[in-house]
Design a protein around this ligand. Sequence first.
Ligand code: AHG
Ligand code: MN
Ligand code: MN
Length: 283
Amino acid sequence: MTDIINAIKSSAIKINKAIQTEDTSKAQTENSSGDVQVKLDLISDEIIENEFKKVSSIKEIVSEEKQDINPMHGNGDYLIAYDPLDGSSLIDVDLSVGSIFGIYKDEYSGPNIVAAVYVVYGPRVELVIARDVVELYRLDEEINEFIFQKELRLSEKGKLVGPGGTQKEWYSYHKKMIDEFFADGYRLRYSGGMVPDLHQILLKGGGLFAYPGAGDRPKGKLRKLFEVFPFAFVYNKAGGLAIDGKNDLLDLGIEHIHDTSPCFLGSNYEINRVLKTYSKVKK
Ligand code: AHG
Ligand code: MN
Ligand code: MN
């Protein structure tokens, strides 16, 4: 696993450099989810693939930006699913973006994720590793090394809500639930980048991040393997919860590698409130 973490660290240093120096415009292509790719999505994807090729413990990889699974080393133990540049549509407005990695054993599914790592490219570059515990590292650009900062734990209850999706398309019970959080004094924090939005809620102690199913996207937008399961793993290990409305996200499987799921991640109090609302919903 250390070799994988080191490959992620090297990728992050290179992607950070690319973000600072490369063209931020769109490419002429779409990915498997139908998103228009930016050039940096493709550059980041290639950087990661080249780093992972060198690691013999990796059996295969699958990227949000590629259609299919890419076999690596036949004797490897780990399967890695990654989102090379999350929030890339924010790159041209200079907001924070990230990279997300889910490390799986035997098969790609919620129960089979064994570690998760994400990187935030913000004013500083931070890296979070979730294994038994969740650890925060920060890049020291003078020496090109990630320095351990602290262990991250969620409080029982937070103060922030990040409500994703198209509000016009939200189901009425979802809108009512979000309105009630704000009526209770919660503050809105939503940049449109899953990595910085979830990083903020995690570092500020808790709250709720929601990307629900809605009229325009009944299965939500965020992809299980590349986005939802890795962050569900991080939030669980930090003492929080992660559900699709009714079920634990990490109990779910996939039908297809690019499957999406509604997701609610946060501290215990807020997620229990979501469960109360969603348990009454039929189907
Ligand atoms: P990506 O850039 O990898 O396609 O992911 C973008 C995701 C995620 O970062 C964010 O939470 C969500 O899309 C934002 O969606 P909306 O624009 O619908 O808010
Ligand atoms: Mn993404
Ligand atoms: Mn992406």
